[in-house]
Design a binder for this molecule. Sequence first.
Ligand SMILES: Cc1cc2nc3c(=O)[nH]c(=O)nc-3n(C[C@H](O)[C@H](O)[C@H](O)COP(=O)(O)OP(=O)(O)OC[C@H]3O[C@@H](n4cnc5c(N)ncnc54)[C@H](O)[C@@H]3O)c2cc1C
Length: 612
Amino acid sequence: MSLRPTIDFLLHDWLNVAGLQERERFADHNRETFDAVLDTCERIAREKYAPYNRLVDMEEPRFDGERVILPQATHEACRAYAESGMLSAAQDYEIGGMQLPYTVEAAANAFFAMASVSIGSGMLTTGNANLLMAHGTALQKQVFALNEFNGRFSGTMCLSEPQAGSSLSDVATRAVPDGPDHASDPLGPRYRLRGNKMWISSGEHELTENIIHLVLAKIPDTHGQLVPGVKGISLFIVPKKLVDTQGQLTGERNDVALAGLNHKCGWRGTTNTLLNFGEGKYPVRGEAGGGLDGAGSGAIGYLVGQPGEGLKCMFHMMNEARIGVGMAATMLGMAGYYASLDYARNRPQGRAMGVAGKNPASPQVRIIEHADIKRMLLAQKSYSEGALALALYCARLVDDQHTGKPADADEARLLLEVLTPIVKSFPSEWCLEANSLAIQIHGGYGYTRDFPVEQYWRDNRLNMIHEGTHGIQAMDLLGRKVLMENGQGLTLLASRMQGTIAKASAEWIAEARQLADAIQQVGSATQAAWQGAEPAQALANAVPYLQAFGHTVLAWIWLDVAQSAAGDDPAHVGRRAAARYFFRYELPKIGAWLQVVATRDPTCADVPEDAF
Ligand SMILES: Cc1cc2nc3c(=O)[nH]c(=O)nc-3n(C[C@H](O)[C@H](O)[C@H](O)COP(=O)(O)OP(=O)(O)OC[C@H]3O[C@@H](n4cnc5c(N)ncnc54)[C@H](O)[C@@H]3O)c2cc1C
């Protein structure tokens, strides 16, 4: 079983990605150029990533007091990825990019996520550099972003702090102007930062010449007070090693110190760090810094964009970052599906029911012949392939937003607003469940480290936690996204779904009706949840709402995909079976989820703490 035919089917037969070449930006591309990118990524993932997935899990990153040590295989995989040009695939030709549609970039990166999600494919570096391309000065782009795209430097996103995870308004890292000439630094207004950043992925390693941290911090007011709330947050470039205006290392180590590595449940191939900024471990440029609060030391950082707009700049990247997280979760689900499918085809156990199986001397059947195993395989297939289709659909919306005609671009923007919590959260929850089913299919063997499925589950467990927890995504959906712009996003999404319902073939009429009913149920529950309610009441059951919304979106995606999967080709038969499974076994669950939403059921919210 290979991923490639599924990706090819979704990109070409379903999403008609070749149609993008009609847009000026993609005019040089065609099916051959897209295939060449996919071929290269598939090969690098197969040769440099997949064979080392278990190794990077067993050989966790370690700190020898000076350096963080990663397996040699990680160095080689990252080098091969950078050399493939994928870090700058979507960028303009003038700066060495391929002007590749994001849809194809996302599909190509799926191979790496499946082969070894934690060796990583530079998602943070690309996201960091893309942010600088959108909000940085010309020199910041030249010095930092371009050197990230070419693989010399890597990037991080430093938002979280020990006391500020979901609640970023409580960020306490301070940034003070660095001396009287701070505003005239060619690399951007120069500040001194002090504070701790927790959970920073790829925060320390020797994979690249330099690490470019993008750090959220607050600039104190004239009384030295931090502005409360997100409005006080600004964004800074804090390089691990200082550079000149040509991007060359100056030989000065910036005051960014590794306080410790976090030892994780999964995703162990990527370092995860607690970083101290400006604690004085690496004093830099003497004590000349003299900030407004009188202190001299601190990590040197350059302001990006305007003061107070840090979170806004970060949010610019959120759609793609969240599609990336959803894609990672999806590919882990897919990896478990393929592993358990292979196992089920080879493991003899038990006999057929009925007369044929009555003879204990008859040979055992392979477990794939049991209906319950097929149920677990179809569940995994419906979650993972459905989530992949949704991720590619959203990636296509990103392309439409950036290169479509103005009206189409605006529709894509609005749809992405509503779908982003789903593309992140559905795979995080249900492809994790898929991994659990993959373990179940392996029986006791699945619970050992002799098979890969337990690692997939551990790796996947992260995805409901980072990039906005499940609960935070749910509140974003019900509290903001379905209400924004007078509910236009929800209306637009419903109309896209109605379009699929209208074109459903005779074979799918019952499912089309079922979807129409689900849309109606989600719409009424949304209204009922907010009818005369305080936010605390309406949002108390936001997660069941997210689950019901996600299942409705996936039912729509499957109905649409099924229309492109007619005929006797076994792959199409499988797609239609997965679609049918989703309608019969999954979609009916939304009734229970929406019931507590619509009635604003207070069971959870009202239970007194001492009753636990
Ligand atoms: C492996 C890993 C990698 C990471 N990488 C990065 C990175 O590179 N950069 C970075 O900046 N961060 C990173 N993070 C941090 C991650 O984004 C945070 O862990 C996440 O935002 C949650 O914050 P927290 O851990 O402090 O949990 P908390 O915010 O304390 O949340 C704990 C629980 O409370 C719930 N909760 C919190 N607030 C509310 C509320 N208002 N209403 C209802 N429920 C609520 C949450 O949903 C969650 O279930 C990473 C985390 C991990 C584990």
